[in-house]
Design a protein around this ligand. Structure first.
Ligand SMILES: [Zn+2]
Length: 212
């Protein structure tokens, strides 16, 4: 896991990419994903950019009150008639995390990193035969949960590094407040398939629009 250097241009939101996100590093079939992190100059800019992005994806979600956001990518697959199997066609790109200056605190970082880690995990599960992309962690603190904890911790670490880089470059920004400032409204709830029947036609995975 790592991040590209934060690009800081005073006329634009700061941005970087967080790479090599593995939902399960012990699984040789696990694909590395990446997310884009954008730090907006304020929450109004975050909401405007988030709304515009949603609109391009056909969502009119109301982002009023949001001071942090994770916008996950879609689940995709196609049916391979030759192989008689569904093939995962999701992208390595897992989504955009948006943070806002003035709300760059540990609570928001942990919150949005959790959304990102869960979506990377869902994308990993989506690729498995017969899976519906649910991130099911079972009933115990086991290896699966441990893999998730590593993923989440790694994302939060990289986001925190980027935030520190941002704050070091722009020392005039106000100190990050702690407390009840995370107003992200469960932005990572793509619609789930209503059933998982076994025939290919009925099994057709609907395009899952992760429109928050
Ligand atoms: Zn949230």
């Amino acid at each position: 896991m790592g991040n590209s250097d934060l690009r800081i241009d005073p006329s634009r939101p700061a941005t970087c990419y967080i790479h090599h996100l593995l939902a399960d590093s012990d699984d040789p079939a696990c694909r590395g994903r990446y997310i884009r992190l954008i730090i907006h100059p304020n929450e109004d800019d975050l909401r405007a950019a988030g709304t515009a992005y949603n609109k391009r994806r056909g969502s009119d979600q109301d982002l009023r009150g949001s001071a942090g956001l994770f916008q996950p990518t879609r689940f995709r697959s196609r049916y391979d008639r030759k192989a008689k199997a569904w093939v995962d066609t999701t992208t390595a790109f897992a989504g955009i995390m948006r943070l806002a200056d003035g709300y760059l605190n540990s609570q928001v970082i942990a919150h949005e990193s959790t959304h990102a880690a869960l979506h990377v995990t869902r994308l990993h599960d989506w690729a498995k035969p017969g899976s519906d992309g649910n991130a099911d962690f079972g009933d115990g603190c086991d290896a699966r949960e441990e893999a998730f904890a590593y993923l989440l911790g790694g994302i939060a670490h990289e986001v925190n590094n980027a935030v520190l880089q941002y704050q070091a470059a722009l020392p005039h920004n106000p100190p990050a407040p702690e407390g009840d400032s995370c107003l992200c409204k469960m932005t990572c709830t793509p619609p789930r398939p209503t059933s998982t029947p076994s025939t290919p036609t009925a099994r057709a995975r609907p395009p899952r629009y992760a429109t928050q």
